[in-house]
Design a protein around this ligand. Structure first.
Ligand code: C2E
Ligand code: CA
Ligand code: CA
Ligand code: CA
Length: 277
């Protein structure tokens, strides 16, 4: 007799079980993970495309799970947002980024701003401002070295986010719109918000060899310029992209061409040189 094998339903069922159990492990692990020091920040330089000088950094969250190993933030951030854990995790990220930045300053390394990613859920929570104030006070970090990156989704709830943004502006904390062009963006709104920078998503940069995509990127850069916003290109991987960006008057980039996000020690080594390549 032939081996029966698994029918489509059993196979589907097994896969679904696997997905659900992974999701449960992640969900249950978020709280412990924070307590038990499983999270860390990696840093990726922001680079002046012309001089190749490091002009800032983005802090990116990493989770080393005891059973699942490294889990991408693309997978666990949405879970943390759904379950509410993002508030505690996001607070930890802000605190850790400020502490590390201040540590580098004390060590005599160049004073460079650090950008942290902030979920729209943190904006809606109502405690973001007071938390940031407390952390700045406790760490001795000056507000002008802290930047926040938020996605376009904050524009959906403008009545809630606008006052927070204005308070942040008053505190001299700068705001970047992350993944600009991928989501919900209203030019009418963005023009009224106290935003400093737009970050072009890496998916656009990756396709710049295509003439129509290049034209699109150019138009986003021109738009940023006309709104008096700084424009940062994310996901820069090739010299050809650098040249095209400079031709389009975009001066700041981030990407594997310069460096991947790296742990604290490796970033510190990079800062000692400040010049990349
Ligand atoms: P993002 O904020 O758009 O960050 C850029 C992502 O692109 C990072 O992925 C970075 O490692 C990656 N990247 C940088 N340069 C290149 C490149 O040249 N090529 C390619 N292919 N990728 C590049 P990562 O670190 O996996 O983070 C993914 C997303 O997770 C972030 O996207 C952000 O939305 C979210 N995230 C990361 N850390 C945090 C955090 O602390 N809080 C919140 N709320 N979200 C975070
Ligand atoms: Ca970001
Ligand atoms: Ca992005
Ligand atoms: Ca993002």
């Amino acid at each position: 007799a032939k081996d029966k094998g698994k029918n489509g339903f059993e196979f589907f069922n097994e896969q679904l079980n696997q997905i659900m159990s992974r999701r449960m492990t992640i969900e249950n692990g978020l709280q412990n993970g924070l307590r038990e020091g499983q999270f860390s920040l990696h840093y990726q330089p922001k680079v002046d495309l012309k001089t190749r000088q490091i002009i800032g950094m983005e802090a990116l969250l990493r989770w080393n799970h005891p059973e699942l190993g490294e889990i991408s933030p693309v997978e666990f951030i949405p879970v943390a947002e759904e379950t509410g854990h993002i508030i505690a995790i996001g607070e930890w990220v802000i605190r850790e980024a400020c502490r590390q930045n201040k540590r580098w300053q004390r060590k005599g390394l160049p004073f460079l701003p650090v950008a942290v990613n902030v979920s729209v859920k943190q904006f809606q929570n109502g405690k973001l401002l007071s938390y940031i104030k407390r952390v700045l006070h406790e760490t001795g970090m000056e507000s002008r070295y802290l930047e926040l990156e938020v996605t376009e989704s904050i524009m959906q709830d403008i009545h809630q986010s606008s006052p927070v943004l204005h308070d942040l502006r008053e505190m001299k904390i700068s705001i970047s719109i992350d993944d600009f062009g991928t989501g919900y963006s209203s030019l009418h709104i963005i023009q009224k918000l106290p935003v400093d920078t737009i970050k072009l998503d890496k998916s656009f940069i990756a396709e710049m060899e295509e003439p129509s995509q290049l034209a699109f990127v150019k138009s986003l850069i021109a738009l940023g310029e006309s709104l008096d916003l700084a424009v940062v290109a994310e996901g820069v991987e090739t010299e050809s992209q650098v040249n095209k960006l400079l031709d389009s008057r975009c001066r700041i980039g981030q990407g594997y061409l310069f460096s991947r996000p790296v742990p604290v020690d490796a970033f510190e080594e990079m800062m000692k040189d400040t010049l990349i390549n």
